[in-house]
Unconditional design. Structure first.
Length: 445
């Protein structure tokens, strides 16, 4: 049964606060005026605190960081403001929302990294290195072997260059890593491997399907053995953004953050809009500072001061600016893809749900019960809607970075298995040729 979404029930709260990150250097690097120590970070925190006090009408508002559902529609209209997009890019890549208090003070990841994580180890758990942040001498040293990729000190040097995607470090005068935190780019960006495997230009919005978040967190000395067992069970490209909330272990595939500008509701389960989820992840998963409350899923996390809400508009603008990659010629059979499109729209009935420009009926206010689409209900049960959103099909095939797995739990490893899912579970009847053509078409989306 398809199910209608009820109109948004999250109250609107749109005060634009002064961003303490206005000083950020938009293009690609963190501004070197950023605080290098906690001592110098004090003025920043003070600005944030003043901003929070100025917004005292937000106090006690249960949806302080959850904007109204009308916002994306408005934001999706008209051109994006380039200055705000640039600010959002900086936030996406480099803003930890103060989550060093978790990754450093609680997990002690700075100790783990500086003693045990060489670049080789970092690359092996899927971390990526931004080649454009490396000075020519460093590139040459990597190529001629004079830079030791088996030394944790090299990782610290890369962090000092802002070259490890999604990981932000503070390094003291003795080249010791003193603070470390994570950003959105950790899970939602990768590189084009133009310099070496795992080292290249940034691809923002692309999910990092090599990233083993669980293995990284399990390196910390602080989780219990039971928690580590859960983290170790996730594997590359998977993450459970609700484990620390409800204790269940049902990881999902890290999705792209591109191609969402004209998609009404986000998440596999269509819970809410982009900024709702950005605030959820920043505060409850990255452990950034702010307040996130959603009674619908029993979440109430308060970690003052608020370093998140003032950045959500810019962060959203940046995500909306990220388009899905175009398929690369040579990675699919164009003639078969053309035939496959007709199969998608016709015999296979895919377009009954994957409809419109974004290829999802969530824009027609429809979600689906797990049974209707043949998916495991367990993850949906933990969400606001308890249903699944028809995934907007984008960037399905762009190897090696994008090549599945597919569906929220990744149970289809290949596009052939996606088609087999629909044939077996939804009774779609297709000839072998139609199936093959359909797969080629999916590769072009
Ligand atoms: C530790 C990995 C991780 C980090 C860090 C992370 N995310 Fe995600 N993100 C996920 C996972 C997993 C999901 C899927 C959750 C779901 O749908 O239930 C997701 C979902 C999303 C979606 C929805 C995609 C869709 O198709 O609807 C967006 C947008 C997004 N994240 C943006 C961000 C932003 C912005 C940040 C930083 C504030 C961030 N994420 C930080 C793992 C991460
Ligand atoms: C009844 C509605 C419905 C129909 C019909 C349908 N889909 Fe889907 N599709 C969904 C939903 C809902 C999801 C999300 C399921 C999940 O993640 O567990 C999905 C997910 C997908 C995905 C995974 C995308 C990703 O990035 O993980 C692909 C690929 C896909 N569908 C292709 C197809 C094809 C091909 C057809 C036709 C054979 C089809 N769908 C028919 C509703 C539908």
């Amino acid at each position: 049964m398809e199910t209608s979404l009820d109109a948004g029930n999250v109250s609107m709260q749109r005060t634009k606060l002064t961003s303490p990150f206005d000083a950020y250097d938009p293009p690609t690097r963190r501004s070197r005026t950023r605080p290098r120590t906690l001592r110098t970070a004090a003025p920043l925190l003070a600005v944030a605190l003043v901003a929070q006090l100025a917004a005292c009408d937000r106090a006690g508002d249960p949806a302080a960081t959850a904007p109204g559902p009308d916002d994306p529609a408005l934001a999706a209209q008209g051109p994006l403001n380039p200055a705000i997009v640039a600010e959002g890019k900086s936030i996406f890549r480099f803003d930890t929302f103060g989550d060093e208090t978790f990754w450093t003070d609680t997990l002690r990841m700075h100790e783990v990294i500086r003693t045990a994580v060489s670049p080789t180890t970092a690359l092996s758990v899927g971390l990526k290195v931004d080649a454009d942040a490396l000075p020519a001498a460093v590139k040459a040293g990597i190529l001629d072997g004079s830079i030791d990729l088996d030394s944790p000190a090299t990782t610290v040097a890369l962090l000092e260059l802002d070259a490890v995607l999604g990981v932000v470090g503070e390094v003291d005068a003795d080249d010791r890593l003193t603070r470390v935190g994570v950003t959105c780019a950790l899970c939602h960006s990768t590189v084009d491997n133009s310099f070496a495997p795992g080292i290249g230009s940034r691809l923002d919005g692309w999910p990092n399907r090599d990233l083993n978040v669980g293995a990284i967190v399990a390196l910390s000395p602080t989780p219990t053995a039971a928690q580590k067992a859960v983290y170790d069970s996730w594997g590359p490209g998977m993450y459970d953004p609700r484990f620390n909330i409800d204790g269940k272990n049902i990881p999902v595939v890290i999705p792209p953050a591109f191609g969402l500008r004209h998609v009404k509701r986000e998440l596999y389960t269509g819970d809410d809009d982009v900024s709702y989820w950005n605030a959820y992840v920043a505060i409850t998963q990255m452990h950034g500072h702010g307040r996130f409350v959603d009674e619908r899923i029993g979440v109430d996390v308060s970690n003052p001061p608020d370093l998140v809400s003032s950045k959500l508009d810019a962060l959203r603008a940046y995500q909306f600016s990220l388009r899905a990659p175009r398929p690369r010629p040579g990675t699919f059979d164009a003639a078969a893809a053309k035939r496959g499109r007709a199969v998608f729209d016709g015999a296979a009935r895919c377009a009954s749900c994957h409809l419109g420009g974004a290829l999802t009926d969530v824009n027609a206010n429809r979600l689906h019960s797990p049974a209707e689409v043949g998916q495991d209900p367990a993850y949906a049960q933990r969400s606001v809607t308890k249903l699944y959103r028809t995934t907007p099909l984008r960037g399905l095939w762009n190897p090696p970075q994008l090549r599945g797995p597919y569906f929220h739990d990744g149970h289809a490893g290949t596009l052939e298995e996606v088609v087999a899912h629909y044939v077996e579970r939804l009774g779609v009847s297709l000839t072998p040729r139609q199936r093959a053509d359909l797969v080629e078409y999916l590769k072009t989306l």
